[in-house]
Design a binder for this molecule. Structure first.
Ligand code: NAX
Ligand code: ADP
Ligand code: K
Length: 523
């Protein structure tokens, strides 16, 4: 969690504390300088830049960046949107400084020629209402510009915490967003992921308190990248049991089982609930298909639910698994539907000694929370935390920007993944991957965060939906390559591979960074 995702309350606290120790306008000046430096990398000499400035402090950042770019010889025009003058104090000063250097400001953008870069500095984290009037008009203009489009702090109209458009009114859709002080969860979730584009962060040289939430990164899953010792055997890497696959849904349990095996579990046994289940998986003969119900307590990890059905037999098997109190348990799909229908089973989860992981998609989460999908999606981090408290389990709330939450209140947003995952069976693969890492003996957070991150990373470069079964092979290949890269990097002491399979890496990195750090970087 080295990239923090501060809540708006936390950010306002940081701002207040900084205001008492720094001269007013200092942060805005740093923001303007860092924005200008980053934009300059995208500009030709004497590049043309149009900056849409709102009347709040986001607009102030825009005027400050304008002044810095002008000083570096670029041709900059500001458009003041939403009023005849800035309202926030720092923004007033920034506007005056822009005017003092002869900066040109107009009130609407329609007559302006094409710019190399168009900047959205209309609304930042203070934008909490649906956009309308001048801001809406300028947003519509912005979205059709054939220029590089860059939002400052957050795309105008987007809720920085939830990644939803305020009031469902579409706001600015950008190629790049330069976040200030801290990255925002909304830039990686729901509509925010598409609206933000490439995310840069300037921390403005401010030390940020360690928050409860951040992006999943190598600091969280690094252990899974460690090479295996030579001195080991299949028993070293645990045995996972996959329980599921009722009539007509055998494939789901196969997908989870294959994923568990491919990602490194020493052995995987599959218990199908279907009456006509196959005795072998011809595509993966390494799997052991149980002929009779498994002794669930004897496994290193249980994955229960993929294609399991919700009938009496399934309920009984779920209960058996929950009662294996000392065996780590991953519950997915139909197991979650049963849990939602039988709240008394959720209470039993609270008494388990071993870890439990629930992997709901938003509809499954809504049912568990006795809620609506829209409500869950309106604040995914909040509801993932609620579900962790309700069940005592680690929660993996899937979707665009998967959220992982623990009962302790810690929450992570996954920066990897893509729409290539929006295809049947990829969730089954994820539950098998989590079960695999748990069976291998990784601690709960490493296993869950590593699986979620890798599952997304394996799909990231695909332009078409990935067949779920291919996904686990891709994830295994990516993991192997990352392990090799780490080894080489450790041996060479510096530059690893510049590219690892489908995952493009910067020199010195093992995995693509979700956020480009700009300005003065403190870590
Ligand atoms: N305070 C600080 O320490 C720093 C703040 N910075 C900038 O300041 C921004 C926050 O500034 P503000 O708090 O002034 O907020 P904004 O500039 O985001 O918004 C200004 C005003 O817009 C109003 N508003 C909300 N939704 C609206 C809508 N749909 N239509 C019209 N008006 C709407 C709000 O009531 C608010 O008063 C950050 O996003 C960042 O860009 C940066 O300068 C970095 C440092
Ligand atoms: N647009 C998307 N962007 C990122 N991840 C996605 C997207 N759509 C789906 N996913 C991921 O794909 C998986 C789908 O899981 P799930 O809905 O349980 O499907 P299934 O039951 O068919 O396996 C989850 O890991 C989810 O986070
Ligand atoms: K903005």
């Amino acid at each position: 969690m080295s990239i923090s995702l501060l809540t708006l309350d936390d950010l306002r606290d940081v701002e207040r504390r900084q205001a008492s120790v720094l001269e007013s306008g200092t942060l805005m000046e740093r923001a303007g300088q860092d924005i200008a430096s980053r934009l300059e990398r995208e500009l030709p000499p004497k590049g043309r830049v149009t900056i849409l400035c709102g009347t709040g402090n986001n607009g102030g950042d825009g005027f400050t960046a304008a002044r810095c770019l002008k000083a570096r010889g670029h041709d900059v025009i500001c458009v003041l949107v939403g009023g005849d003058e800035p309202k926030a104090e720092d923004a007033k000063r920034a506007f005056a400084a822009w005017q003092a250097v002869g900066g040109k400001t107009v009130r609407e953008p329609d007559s302006l020629g094409k710019a190399d870069i168009v900047v959205d500095a209309m609304l930042g984290i203070g934008g909490d209402r649906p956009i309308r009037g001048e801001i809406l008009d300028a947003t519509i203009w912005y979205n059709v510009q054939n220029s590089l489009k860059v939002s400052i702090d957050v795309p105008t109209g987007l809720n920085a915490e939830t990644g939803n458009w305020n009031g469902r009114i579409q706001g600015c859709r950008s190629d790049m967003t330069i976040a200030l002080l801290s990255a925002h969860a909304g830039l990686f979730m729901n509509e925010g992921r598409d609206a933000a584009g490439h995310v840069c962060l300037s921390e403005l040289d401010v030390s940020i308190p360690l928050p409860l939430q951040g992006l999943i990164d190598e600091a969280d899953y690094g252990h899974i990248l460690e090479p295996r010792p030579h001195f080991c055997h299949k028993g070293t890497w645990g045995t996972a049991a996959i329980v599921g696959g009722d009539d007509g849904k055998i494939g789901a349990a196969i997908l989870a089982s294959r994923a568990a095996l491919r990602l490194g579990a020493g052995r995987v046994k599959t218990e199908f609930l279907a009456s006509d289940a196959p005795a072998v998986d011809p595509g993966c003969p390494e799997l052991m298909i149980a002929e009779s119900p498994l002794d669930l307590a004897s496994f290193s990890a249980l994955v229960v639910g993929p294609g399991m059905g919700t009938g009496e037999k399934s309920v009984k098997r779920l209960l058996d698994a929950i009662h294996c109190e000392d065996t780590p348990l991953v519950l997915d799909a139909d197991a979650l539907t049963i849990l939602a229908e039988k709240p008394e089973l959720q209470e039993e989860l609270l008494t388990r000694r071993a870890m439990t992981v629930l992997t709901p998609h938003p509809l499954e989460a809504a049912k568990l929370l006795r809620n609506k999908v829209e409500e869950v999606q309106s604040n995914r981090i909040f509801w993932a935390r609620e579900l962790a408290l309700q069940t005592g389990a680690a929660i993996v709330l899937k979707g665009t920007g998967t959220v992982v939450s623990l009962r302790s209140g810690h929450a992570w947003v996954n920066p990897t993944g893509s729409a290539a995952l929006a295809t049947a069976g990829t969730g089954d693969v994820l539950s098998g991957m989590i079960g695999s890492f748990i069976a291998q003996g990784y601690d709960l957070t490493t296993a869950v965060l590593g699986a979620v991150w890798l599952h997304g990373a394996a799909a990231q470069c695909a332009t078409m939906p990935v067949l779920a079964d291919e996904l686990s092979s891709r994830a295994a290949t990516a993991l192997g390559m990352l392990r090799r890269a780490k080894l080489r990097w450790a041996e060479a002491g510096s530059d690893p591979l510049s590219s690892v399979g489908t995952i493009a890496l910067q020199p010195g990195q093992l995995a693509p960074a979700p956020v480009e750090m700009i300005g003065k970087v403190r870590h």
